[in-house]
Design a binder for this molecule. Structure first.
Ligand SMILES: [Zn+2]
Length: 499
């Protein structure tokens, strides 16, 4: 490869994963709470373990100088309010415009499934807007989540797209590194990196996306073979965030070649067909909560912890975390032993702080943010812990703030009441409030599949149970109106699997 030493690349990004069915809108406070940095901090906020960490590592290896500009991350949640997105976009472009004349390329760390009220495709809008400023030949490299919503607008605006290749996601660093290698390939000005892709009429809930044990594993195994082929620079499959009200919904396969669109299309089609062929297998079926409780209670006392996953209220899928579905069932039909659970309820957290540690709280709890799915239930319990809700999350690697957080003990149920929705992909929140998850009989985890990276190694058994919510795995139960049809699993008699 031509020497790219001394080339300069600006680093910026806006990251968010929308859930169209989560009630309400997301405002600036979500980004202020999660990540909003400029200058050198852009490169270090992920403790070197995120996509930007990977980009930094490759840039160092190749002698590329990075120019950190701006990074905002709001995590996941309801659709972003237009004003918030437009403000963030303006910030990004005003800071980027100051360095554009002095850099040879731009690396954007994006998610891929961000929507705002009037923007179905935020990433497409950002890349297209940047392309309009920099002209057709300027390299723009992009990294996305495995759950990216890949669109034609993105494809038309850049060929340098790398998405995660794992679910649960454990390759943040590697994805940023791949994006920077694509950037280097473009900067080298030899064979033009060329994107080929295929969009399928396929969707499935996140629980079916598992690349470690699930049906997608074989697809990723083949993808890794493809990546090593002569003439291939990179490959990605997007198992798109399922809870999106957007027109171009559907999984995609992408292959970036050294200017060989024929080879790229053949390989993208092969990956897309492998995904389509697994459409029955990726339809995930969950247990009924009553059966789960019975199974836990029938187990030996030493069998613990059962990890009970409530994916339909997963904050890392954009839900609000305010489901009291399991709590209601346990109040009527208890599990024998300690159960840990989380629940977003700012009002109850406040009441716990007013009562103080050792105080008693009687209150309605749950369903305050998503009343369309849950109704409050009354509980009486003892406040056993209070904290500021700030902790270092390992997955994803960043500081997290769930706001004032309390543990309310109701019988043998330890409810971690957070003021803001908290990601539960690891057990750092439980640790923060002094709860050792291995000591519980059962631990509820509000996550749609991705929790398994951290919880599987310590769980006696992981069980996903069915419940309502804005990240319900039963997609046809949700009020989708925008996706073009036919689309699996809304339509089961599809003849041509491609768009
Ligand atoms: Zn994801």
């Amino acid at each position: 490869m031509t020497d790219v030493r001394g080339k300069k690349v600006a680093v910026a990004g806006i990251t968010f994963e929308s859930n169209s069915f989560a009630p309400g809108l997301t405002y600036m406070d979500a980004f202020e709470r999660y990540l909003l940095v400029e200058g050198p901090e852009v490169l270090t906020a992920g403790f070197g373990k995120d996509e930007i960490g990977g980009a930094v590592s490759v840039a160092k290896e190749l002698g590329i100088e990075l120019v950190p500009v701006f990074a905002a991350d709001g995590g996941c949640g309801p659709t972003v309010n237009d004003e918030t997105y437009e403000y963030l976009k303006k910030e990004l472009f005003s800071k980027l415009s100051k360095v554009l004349d002095s850099v040879d390329g731009v690396y954007l760390r994006l998610h891929g499934a961000m929507t705002a009220e009037s923007y179905e495709d935020v990433e497409g809008d950002l890349i297209e807007s940047l392309r309009a400023i920099v002209g057709p030949d300027f390299p723009i490299a992009v990294s996305c989540d495995f759950h990216g919503h890949f669109t034609e607008k993105m494809a038309k605006s850049t060929a340098l797209i790398a998405g995660y290749q794992t679910c649960p996601h454990i390759d943040f660093f590697e994805t940023g590194a791949r994006a920077m290698r694509l950037m280097a390939a473009a900067l080298a000005h030899e064979k033009t990196p060329t994107l080929s892709y295929r969009k399928t009429k396929l969707m499935a809930s996140s629980e079916g996306h598992d690349t470690t044990f699930g049906p997608m594993r074989a697809v990723l195994d083949r993808l890794h073979e493809i990546e090593k082929m002569p003439g291939v620079l990179d490959a990605t499959v997007f198992c798109t965030q399922p809870w999106l009200e957007v027109t171009e919904l559907g999984w995609s396969a992408l292959v970036v070649t050294e200017d060989d669109p024929e080879l790229g299309q053949k390989l993208a089609d092969e990956l897309a067909m492998m995904m389509w062929d697994r459409r029955e297998a990726v339809l995930f079926r969950k247990e009924k909560v009553a059966d789960v409780i019975a199974e836990v209670n029938a187990s030996e006392p030493s069998a613990r912890p059962f990890v009970l996953a409530e994916g339909a209220d997963s904050p890392s899928a954009g839900s609000q975390g305010d489901s009291n579905y399991l709590l209601k069932h346990l109040l009527e039909n208890p599990i024998n032993g300690a159960v840990y659970m989380t629940l977003t309820d700012e009002v109850v957290a406040k009441k716990c702080f007013e009562a103080g540690v050792g105080g008693e709280v009687t209150s309605e709890i749950g369903g305050t943010l998503s009343p369309v799915f849950f109704t409050p239930v009354e509980v009486t319990g003892e406040v056993i812990t209070l904290c500021d809700g700030i902790y270092q999350s390992k997955y994803p690697s960043k500081m997290f703030n769930s706001g004032p957080t309390a543990v309310l003990k109701v019988n043998d149920i330890y409810i971690v009441v957070t003021s803001k929705p908290a990601f539960m992909l690891d057990y750092q929140l439980y640790l923060r409030v002094g709860l050792d998850v291995t000591a519980a009989k059962a631990v509820q985890v509000k996550s749609a599949g991705s929790y398994r990276a951290y919880y599987s190694p310590l769980a006696f058994k992981c069980i996903d149970f069915a419940s309502p919510g804005s990240s319900d795995s039963r997609l046809p139960k949700l009020p989708f109106t925008k996706p073009r049809r036919p689309l699996w699993p809304f339509d089961l008699d599809i003849v041509d699997p491609w768009y």
